[in-house]
Design a protein around this ligand. Structure first.
Ligand SMILES: [Ca+2]
Length: 280
């Protein structure tokens, strides 16, 4: 997956300088040097001399992050890619790479699952390439329901967005989640991805502003995202659960919005966890 993504990447050529030459020395070294140790040393030497506001800094951090990842230093990779994402020219490339790194490192959720977000994000990742990690937080509401997962996003023309929960290859029967928009009404769909990378989605769901929508969808109501994937008729072993924002496809509302999630439940068999729960 990383390789496929990297092949799509195109560098942004901001100018020429000695640092440029050094960065490309690093990349050449990387190609000849399978463990990446020498290229990392070159990138780090340049980084030590380059001001963080230099136009090349974001690109340097991107290649350093990539080399660190290939060399097995994922913490160092995350640090460099996070800095690269601060550069608008490298934001999307760095965020996409970072997302894949985080996803590959996150221990997938197991079913049955119930998340009330009292203990943090519960493994949910901010999607990519749009946005930033800080967009996903746990918020304390004044009264019930207390802790909720709050996802800040910007609805833009022709753009969708997502949050993702890595899953440890589990089968499921039903997903239940409470959703609410803070700002303007949103439209979302729930999507699952299986071990083969095939995705299934629900119909689009309207999420009202300022009131909770109880969403409950069974496995059979997920349909193939791409009709060409007619390999199976329902999702089986899934490796990710996504909530996708598709508001731009349904309304004229644009700009900053926030989607809240709470009481995420995934049932691994018919009948649920402990029966129903009170509404809100
Ligand atoms: Ca809660």
């Amino acid at each position: 997956m990383l390789g496929m993504w990297l092949s799509c990447f195109r560098g942004v050529y901001a100018g020429t300088s000695e640092q440029w030459a050094a960065i490309y020395d690093g990349r050449l070294t990387e190609a000849l040097d399978h463990d990446g140790v020498n290229s990392i040393a070159i990138y780090e030497t340049v980084a030590a001399q380059l001001p963080t506001d230099d136009p090349l800094y974001g690109e340097l951090m991107f290649w350093l992050g990539r080399a660190r990842m290939l060399g097995g230093d994922s913490e160092g990779a995350r640090d460099a890619l996070g800095k690269s994402a601060d550069d608008p020219n490298f934001h999307d490339a760095a965020r996409s790479f970072l997302g894949q790194v985080l996803r590959s490192e996150t221990k997938g959720a197991e079913f049955p699952l119930r998340q009330g977000f009292d203990e943090g994000l519960g493994g949910w990742l901010r999607g990519w390439p749009r946005g930033d990690d800080e967009d996903l937080t746990v918020l304390q509401t004044d009264g019930p329901p207390g802790s909720v997962l709050a996802w800040s996003l910007v609805v833009e023309e022709g753009q969708t967005d997502f949050v993702l929960l890595p899953v440890a290859s589990q089968s499921f029967q039903k997903v239940r989640v409470f959703l609410r928009a803070e700002g303007f009404s949103a439209h979302v769909r729930l999507t699952v991805e299986d071990e083969a990378g095939i995705r299934w989605s629900t119909d689009d769901i309207r999420v009202p502003a300022d009131s909770w929508e109880a969403v409950e969808v069974s496995r059979s109501s997920f349909s193939l995202e791409s009709p060409k994937d007619e390999l199976a008729d329902s999702p089986n072993r899934i490796v990710a659960l996504l909530v996708e924002d598709v508001t731009s496809q349904h309304s004229d509302l644009r700009g900053n919005n926030q989607i809240w999630m709470d009481e995420v439940e995934v049932f691994s068999h018919e009948g649920g966890l402990n029966g129903g729960r009170a509404g809100r």
